[in-house]
Design a protein around this ligand. Structure first.
Ligand SMILES: [Cu+2]
Length: 476
């Protein structure tokens, strides 16, 4: 199935001489060199309503190698797709048109929408077919930084470019000097052609696909103009298939102010942040560097498999650090306005609550080539049934030798325990979190969004191989 869809997408591109490419570049204006972004135009002038047009199509985009990717796909001919920007409480209408050759559904990662709008019902039988349109409609009950992406054949379509940031402002939020979404992604390119390498081997399905080019906002060579004294809010999201990112900015510190589900009650300072696939981190950076100088955002290699395990993991980016993007100071110095983060509504759980909803077991069979939850692969994983609107504990046991980023749709969670230890820093509301090898992670949720929801590993190769299940949040 994967291969046939891949071929279909490739053939469609080869057969269509009029496939647009990044010579008609729009992403330069959506993610300009200035420290800013351009959101999707809101077609509805009314307060409290955001209406946008979104179109997925074949689009040969250039990751910065100089060679456009013939199998590329894009939203509104931009990779990442344009920022969906709105305010907490807004009604959002996305008029989506699928102009690709493959069935599609969209998922609003981290937003608590209704099950009909979450992309999963479409994935399980009612997709947006080629040439068709669908109106996604939801009310924003969560502020912060989110992203949207395709939810069918994800390892191929997200790799091809179908992802975009979502910024949900909180009423009263004061804009920092610079507000910059940075979508982190890697693509695996054939060494000779510099085209997307087909998702080929079973081993890649098990190990996850690590790319050969690291990109920030769709290119490996992004430069952002900066001025000393500015305060910048960096909104980081990991859109990679499998890569975990360990990010720092040369000679600058990060104040972590937010995670998946908005701002933190207690920000903290660090020199680096780790993001698993699907996760978001919001950090404030004071531009304390020297005018006229350039500082690089660097990624340090993150080992996905446990030390001393059976699997020897190869990362084409090598063992050390690699640059991701650059911040280029001009010669000026300004007195920035500073920035105060909005105070969030975050949970206060300090440990598990008595009501245990479910204990998941994640396993891999390297010989059999399977990834399973509770002993089965999707769609055969047994349905989890829990009561809505009750504080509920879940445990996720990873009995494999590889990290798995666990993503739950529809409801948000707080991580209270990782391998018997509370997290060093509270991470607020989460929808995606790392489960280290041979470790059990405990989470708590209010389960205040009833419905039947998917949960899955956000290593996309694992999700496509069936490391996924459904949870019915009902009753009450
Ligand atoms: Cu996994």
């Amino acid at each position: 199935m994967r291969t046939s869809l891949w071929l279909l997408a490739s053939m469609a591109c080869d057969a269509a001489p009029d496939v647009r490419d990044s010579a008609n570049d729009t992403d330069a204006t959506l993610f300009p060199e200035a420290c800013s972004y351009t959101p999707m135009p809101d077609l509805d002038p009314a307060e409290g309503v955001v209406q946008v047009e979104l179109r997925a199509s074949a689009f040969a985009w250039d990751p910065g190698t100089g060679v456009p990717l013939r199998a590329g796909l894009a939203f509104n001919e931009s990779v990442p797709g344009p920022v969906l920007e709105a305010t907490l409480g807004d009604r959002v209408l996305v008029h989506f048109t699928n102009d690709t050759a493959i069935d599609m559904s969209l998922h609003w990662h981290g937003l608590r929408v209704t099950p009909e709008m979450d992309g999963i019902q479409q994935m399980m039988g009612d997709p947006v077919s080629p040439g068709e349109s669908f109106d996604y409609e939801f009310t924003l009950v969560d502020g912060g930084f989110y992203w949207f992406h395709t939810h069918m054949d994800t390892a191929t379509t997200i790799e091809a470019g179908l992802y975009a940031p979502i910024i949900v402002h909180v009423p009263g939020e004061v804009a920092p000097d610079c507000d910059l979404p940075v979508v982190l992604d890697d693509v695996l390119l054939d060494q000779d052609t510099l085209q997307l390498a087909p998702p080929d081997t079973d081993m890649m399905q098990l190990m996850g696909r690590l790319g050969t080019v690291l990109m920030a906002n769709g290119r490996r060579d992004r430069e952002v103009q900066w001025t000393a004294g500015q305060t910048t809010l960096l909104r980081l999201v990991n859109a990679s298939n499998a890569r975990y990112w360990d990010i720092r900015l040369e000679e600058h510190t990060f104040t972590v102010v937010g995670s998946d589900g908005g701002f933190l009650a207690e920000p903290y300072t660090t020199d680096h942040v780790v993001l698993a696939p699907g996760e978001r981190t919001m950090v404030v950076v004071q531009a304390t560097g020297t005018p006229g100088s350039t500082y690089r955002l660097m990624n340090r290699r993150f080992q996905l498999h446990e030390e001393g395990g059976d699997m020897i993991e190869y990362d084409p980016m090598g063992e050390g650090e690699n640059p991701v993007m650059s911040f280029v100071y001009d010669d000026a110095t300004v007195t920035g306005a500073g920035w105060t983060q909005p105070m969030p509504d975050v949970p206060t759980w300090t440990g598990a609550v008595a009501n245990l909803g479910h204990r998941w077991l994640l396993e891999e069979d390297m010989m059999g080539g399977t990834v399973t939850i509770d002993g089965e692969s999707f769609p055969n994983v047994p349905l989890v049934e829990v009561m809505a609107n009750m504080d509920t504990t879940f445990e996720v046991e990873n009995d494999s030798e590889m990290h798995h980023p666990f993503h739950i749709h529809g409801n948000r969670f707080q991580v209270v325990d990782v391998g018997g230890v509370p997290p060093a820093q509270a991470q607020g509301w989460k929808d995606t979190f790392d489960i280290p090898p041979r470790t059990t992670v405990t989470i708590v949720s209010k389960l205040d969004n009833p419905g039947e929801w998917m949960y899955h590993c956000h290593i996309l190769e694992h999700a496509d191989e069936g490391m996924a299940g459904m949870m019915m949040v009902g009753g009450m």
